[in-house]
Ligand binder design. Structure first.
Ligand code: FES
Ligand SMILES: [Fe+2]
Length: 427
């Protein structure tokens, strides 16, 4: 915490300096951003600069991604003390590492000598973290162990790597670069409750894929948060997920069918002691968790509805449900009885977002015997390939001088809530 206090104070020093010089550039930028926010009409997409402008992107990183919990990876990437992986977000590189006593740390990958990156390889195992520039050496909890030829009186305890906050929720590692938000506890409690039956702490990564999307992170997240596009864009997803067509068109026949299926499935799930339904019930919360049926006759999210891996966690049968969760700004999960898919949406530049998906199965499942990677990954691979295409196109159109914010449909109301939340964060 001392380290994050130091980072905060250097930020405020920067702010003071800017105002002392009378500058105008920071003040002008702040005023300009404020005017953009004030001009937003709820119920429409955002104005062009929110999706393109580097000043707003910098504000997003500072006010949203540095102040909220962000999913970094699954605990199975850090099985042994010293195991680490790098997590990049905007200009930041964070070393997520398991320390000698088993605790997980998230350290800014910035040497306390003259600022070099300390870890260069994306993952590995290191007993100590040695800066490649002048060999300052850190323990894997960030403590500075040695710094050659420093003047007398140099105090190593003052030069640990800056730390992020870390929170592990059912095997999912979350990082918060600044002070954690005060109101996230109810969200994590719901995530824990809905994830618990899936046994994710005892899972392994069976597959992972990365997409570089040429779009602002908000277009990526907005796209993931609505199913208005499912009918036109995702034939495979619509063939698997019974909610997709009703969520696209709201046609009465489809809505009635899905309502009847949900009612029947929820009653059965509750009888069996399983979770069903949605929390929290009030709209507008920064998080949501659901457990709903996939499709009549479908046991999991697969091409033919048949299982693609052994049952996970406490499930004793394939009950045909899926569990989903969201936590602003960009955290999601989707879990069936036999596997889970965890997306990670990371802003890298105003028009560049990395999308990573990991597929989790039970840790003792054997590839080729218990699961087949092609069958396991089919649905979300084909869906994410399609999403990359439509979101790239979305950004290309938003870049045009003809782009104006457009009205959200009835099935995109979650985006109205998201944009209101987002604007509040950056205001
Ligand atoms: S910058 Fe790391 S040791 Fe000099
Ligand atoms: Fe999609």
């Amino acid at each position: 915490m001392a380290a994050s206090r130091r980072i905060r104070s250097s930020r405020s020093r920067r702010r003071v300096k800017a105002s002392n010089t009378g500058s105008n550039r920071a003040g002008d930028d702040a005023g300009w951003i404020q005017r953009q926010i004030a001009a937003h009409r709820p119920g429409t997409s955002l104005a062009q600069p929110f999706y393109t402008d580097p000043r707003i992107f910098a504000r997003d990183l500072e006010r949203v991604f540095a102040r909220q919990w962000v999913f970094a990876g699954h605990v199975s990437r850090l099985r042994q003390p010293g195991d680490y992986f790098l997590f990049s977000i905007g200009n930041e590189s964070i070393v997520v590492v398991r320390g000698g006593n088993g605790a997980i740390h998230a350290l800014f990958n910035v040497c306390r000598h003259r600022g070099s990156r300390v870890c260069l390889e994306p993952q590995g195992n290191k007993r100590t973290l040695v800066c490649p520039y002048h060999a300052w050496t850190y323990a894997n909890d960030g403590t500075l162990l040695s710094a050659p030829a420093m003047p007398d009186g140099f105090d190593t305890t003052q030069f640990s790597l800056h730390r992020c906050n870390v929170r592990v929720v059912e095997g999912l590692i979350f990082v918060c670069m600044g002070d954690p938000p005060r109101d996230t506890e109810p969200a994590f409690r719901d995530w824990e409750k809905f994830l618990k039956p899936h046994g994710l702490p005892q899972a392994k990564i069976a597959a992972s894929m990365v997409w570089q999307v040429d779009a602002n992170w908000k277009l990526v997240v907005e796209n993931f948060g609505e199913c208005y596009h499912c009918g036109p864009a995702h034939p495979e997803y619509c063939a698997v997920m019974a909610h997709a067509l009703p969520d696209t068109h709201r046609a009465k026949r489809h809505v009635d069918e899905f309502t009847a299926l949900t009612k029947k499935w929820e009653a059965k799930a509750r009888d069996a002691g399983s979770l069903a339904g949605r929390v929290p019930e009030h709209p507008g919360a920064a998080h949501v968790c659901v457990r709903l049926p996939i499709r009549d006759g479908f046991l999991t999210q697969s091409r033919d509805g048949r299982p693609v891996a052994p049952l996970m966690g406490s499930f004793r049968e394939y009950d045909g449900g899926y569990t989903g969760g969201r936590l602003y700004p960009a955290n999601y999960f989707v879990a069936c009885c036999d596997h889970a898919v965890i997306p990670r949406f990371t802003p890298l530049a105003p028009l560049r977002t990395e999308v990573e998906m990991i597929w989790l199965v039970r840790e003792d499942a054997v590839e080729g015997k218990d699961y087949d990677v092609e069958k396991l990954t089919w649905l979300w691979k084909v869906t994410t390939d399609q999403d990359k295409k439509i979101v790239d196109n979305n950004q290309a159109g938003v870049n045009s001088m003809a782009y104006r914010p457009g009205p959200y449909s009835n099935t995109e109301q979650g985006l109205t809530q998201f944009t209101v939340w987002y604007l509040k964060q950056i205001a």
